[in-house]
Design a protein around this ligand. Structure first.
Ligand code: FAD
Length: 290
């Protein structure tokens, strides 16, 4: 099923997982997926290492098994930074064989040892190409605080409009810890004429080191309220886990109250966290869309 159909009728809930590291058998993902039992999740997306790592084949394999063995709709991430057109055709054929209909089409981060683009310089180029070569539902990434490489948020929103016009039917945001960034981003989208559904990307932070790494990687601002939480609970793993879950649940409650199209949880392959958040927000998620 194309997940845009789900977005039309309800506040979507999705999870993002990553393939086990190369040396770990792909079956390790079952531990995460089995632990999600009982959660009414609309789809699960699977990341893909843009660096060209060995995990790339596992992305499709895992997206396939989520659909086949767990009966949950899946999304395969596809970063194009190193691809030429032939590579993409092969990837699309692989996805078709697995019955995967949803692709998160990305450019990928530019690595330090970068030797130049293949045939695709921006995600919008990949999106147009996929559109021409298959019947896929295409999702794209967006950045409430602006993408790190972009000069300013206005230019970034114009680039996002190009991506939507190229054929992205829905968007998922980079993680953020301050909902106000999301609300002003949605206003910019409206001004720019971007009217596809946008899912808010939320990461429950359950340990101190994780947030430092994530925030520096993706440029998310740390609000005062969040910093105070880290300061108070950061050295106590149990308290930090509970506080991180409560913080994310609070963000989600506020987003749903403001009519968000969906929530995409970066669960870091941790089913316990997914279960706790689900418990806290399930009644809000299942409310009819206003
Ligand atoms: P683009 O849309 O191409 O944007 C990149 C930059 O170029 C931006 O600054 C944008 O403003 C600018 N730009 C875009 N189009 C144009 C244009 N036409 N002309 C001029 N400038 C333009 N990375 C992975 O490697 N693997 C993953 O699995 C993965 N999953 C992700 C999931 C989500 C939900 C998100 C938000 C990000 C994910 N990423 C992943 C990270 C992503 O690859 C990086 O953020 C990357 O730097 C940008 O990718 P993009 O698709 O947004 O690129």
């Amino acid at each position: 099923m194309k997940i845009i159909e789900i977005m039309k009728r309800k506040t979507a809930l999705s999870f993002e997982v990553f393939p086990p590291k190369c040396e770990t058998p792909v079956e390790a993902i079952h531990k995460t997926l089995d632990g999600l039992n009982g959660i009414d999740v609309d789809f699960i997306s699977v990341t893909y290492g843009a660096g060209g790592s060995e995990t790339d084949n596992n992305t499709f394999e895992i997206a396939g098994l989520i659909k086949r063995e767990y009966g949950i709709e899946s999304v395969a991430h596809l970063p194009c930074i190193r691809f030429n057109k032939e590579d993409v055709i092969k990837k699309l054929d692989g996805l078709k064989k697995l019955g995967i209909e949803n692709i998160l089409a990305l450019r990928g981060d530019i690595p330090e040892d970068f030797e130049g683009f293949g045939d695709f310089q921006h995600a919008c180029d990949l999106i147009s190409y996929i559109k021409e070569h298959g019947d896929f539902n295409i999702i794209a990434a967006c950045y409430p605080e602006g993408h790190a490489e972009c000069k300013n948020r206005i230019e970034d929103i114009h680039n996002l409009k190009t991506k939507v016009d190229a054929g992205a039917s829905q968007l998922i945001t980079q993680l953020f810890f301050d909902n106000d960034y999301f609300y002003s981003f949605m206003e910019r989208c409206q001004i720019a004429g971007i009217d596809v559904p946008v899912q808010a990307g939320i990461m429950p932070v359950i340990n101190k080191n994780q947030v430092k790494r994530m925030a520096s990687l993706c440029g998310a601002s740390i609000p005062e309220k969040f910093a105070a939480m880290m300061e108070r609970y950061g050295d106590d793993p149990e308290a930090m886990r509970d506080a991180g879950i409560a913080y994310a649940a609070d963000q989600i409650a506020d987003l749903i109250a403001h009519g968000v199209d969906g929530i995409h949880l970066y669960i870091m392959n941790n089913p316990h966290v997914a279960q706790k958040i689900y418990e806290a927000v399930r009644s809000m998620i299942s409310l009819e869309k206003k």
